[in-house]
Structure formats: C-alpha cells, structure tokens
Design a protein around this ligand. Structure first.
Ligand code: NAD
Length: 261
C-alpha cells in the first residue's frame, strides 16, 4: 500500500455515503487525517466506524453541517484548521440529484434547491478552503461534477445547470490558484452504484428499479455500474501530490459513456 497521505489532512463533504465515504476510506488507508462533513450525523458515524475498522489509529473529526449555509461552511473549515492545523486536500463532494422531469414541469423550488446544494455549496467550499490553502501555499481540490456537467442527459434541469456550473467554477479557480501551487480539478462520474443512483432508478421504476438498472447500463460501453471504491481510487490520486500538474480540468469516470454517441 502507498502512503501518499501520511501527515496530510483531507476534508470531505458528503462523507456519510457513496463517493465521499469511499474516498474517505481510501485516503485514510493511505495515511490521511480526516475531517468529514455531512448533513446526516448518523451516516457520518457509519463512515467513521468503517474507517476505524480498516485503520484503528486513524484520526477522524466529524462535523454535521449543511453546505448550503455559508457560515456553517466557514465554521467547518475553521474547525478543521483548529484541529489539524492545515488542509492539504479537499473533496468538495456533497450533492443531490433532485427530481427528474421535463424542463417545463421542473419545479422552480426544486431547481433552486438542487442549485443551492450542488453549486452554491461547492462555491462556499471553494471560497473558504481556498482562503486557507492560499495562505499555506499548497493544496489540492477535487470538485464533484458529473457526466451531467459535461453532456446533456435530459430530465435534470437543476442537476445539469449545477454540475455544468461546478465545471465552470473548477476551470475558473484552477486558473486563478495554479500560481500559488494549488491544483483544482473536477471529476465527472457516470452511473456509480450509490444510494443516490439507487434513488434515481427508483424514480424511473419504483417497483422494478433493479431491472431498470440492468437496462440502464446496457448502453454503457462496459455494461455495468461503476463502484464507489473505483471513484475513491481516482479521488485519492487526484488529491495526492502526484496529480499536482492536473489543474482546471474535468476527469470523467464513466466506463466511456460520455464519449459514446
Ligand atoms: P450519496 O447520496 O450517496 O451521498 C451524498 C452525501 O451528501 C449524503 O451523505 C448526503 O447526506 C450528503 N449531503 C447532501 N446534501 C448535503 C448538504 N446540503 N450538506 C451536507 N451534506 C449533504 O451520493 P453520491 O452518489 O455519493 O454522490 C456524491 C457526489 O457525486 C454528488 O455531488 C453527486 O452529484 C456526484 N455524482 C455521483 C454520481 C453517481 O453515479 N453516484 C454520478 C455523478 C456525480
């Protein structure tokens, strides 16, 4: 096992589930001290238990917070620095999918809610973590975009707008902060089997969502869903010093889906 994160502090939002949890586990296995944030405190405890089961000596700070609340974001960033003295790496990951419908039927409140979490939340995270990293003179950030942030998928006005926005924020801040030694990138996962994707399949077919899932992946070149741990490996690499020169760009992890026409 490599120890790319020995002595490093990694902050992760949306760490109670799916991609955030898998990434927390991966960087902890490689030596990271963790500051884990989620809306849901019991799912945070679950992540901590999984981390401690794998690495009993891991240092884990849990913070229950809503990324749509800028004061709360500022506070979890400050708590992380007060506890661990720095932030080496940040997975700006918390997000929601929202309801699926045609644009003309897409609820305005729903649109605002999805944009609030997925775009405003990512902006607040960037703003407050970058203050710390700028002063430190080092750091790496991975923002969670989506295939829905680089291609049109349909039925997802709020998700598409917010994830395209995350790509824009990534390019903009990557260009601003490269000169300070800080690299900022986004990932664009395709369908990775997490509670979010399960919820999405249940919107398509509540009774037979597993069957809907099989049909869904038929169009993927690899004919399967991605696994959260596969995203964990990618995020760990992108957050590590090895990926410092990868900046202001978006890395798909989707079995080739986004290149298929
Ligand atoms: P998930 O639902 O399994 O986990 C998301 C976590 O974020 C949950 O623990 C939830 O409580 C937390 N969260 C939600 N709103 C929050 C808020 N306002 N403040 C703090 N925490 C909040 O989802 P996932 O599949 O792990 O997705 C993680 C990220 O990856 C999201 O941004 C999602 O859009 C993106 N993504 C996922 C997929 C996929 O296929 N799973 C594909 C593309 C992009």
């Amino acid at each position: 096992m490599t120890n790319r994160f020995d002595g490093k502090v990694v902050l992760i939002t949306g760490a109670g589930s799916g991609l955030g949890q898998a990434s927390a586990l991966q960087v902890a296995k490689e030596g990271a001290k963790l500051s884990l944030v989620d809306l849901n405190s019991s799912s945070l405890e679950e992540t901590k238990a999984k981390v401690l089961e794998a690495i009993p000596s891991a240092e884990v700070l849990l913070i229950t917070a809503n990324v749509t609340d800028e004061k709360a974001v500022e506070s979890f960033v400050n708590q992380t620095v007060e506890t661990f003295e720095k932030i080496d790496a940040f997975f700006n990951n918390a997000g929601i999918e929202g309801k699926q419908s045609l644009t003309e039927e897409y609820g305005t409140e729903e649109f605002q809610k999805v944009v609030d979490v997925n775009l405003n939340g990512v902006f607040f995270g960037l703003k407050h973590v970058l203050k710390v990293m700028h002063k430190q003179g080092f750091g790496s950030i991975v923002n969670a975009a989506s295939v829905g942030g680089i291609r049109g998928i349909g039925s997802q006005s709020g998700y598409a707008a917010s994830k395209h926005g995350v790509v824009g924020l990534t390019r903009n801040s990557g260009i601003e902060y490269g000169q300070y030694g800080i690299s900022i990138k986004a990932i664009a996962p395709g369908a990775i089997m997490t509670p979010m994707v399960e919820g999405s399949l249940k919107q398509i077919d509540p009774e037979n969502w597993e069957e809907a899932g099989k049909q869904f992946v038929e169009t993927n070149p690899m004919k399967r869903f991605g696994k959260p741990e596969e995203v964990g490996y990618l995020v760990a690499f992108l957050l590590s010093d090895q990926a410092n020169f990868i900046n202001a760009t978006v890395i798909p992890i989707d079995g080739g889906q986004s290149y298929k026409y």
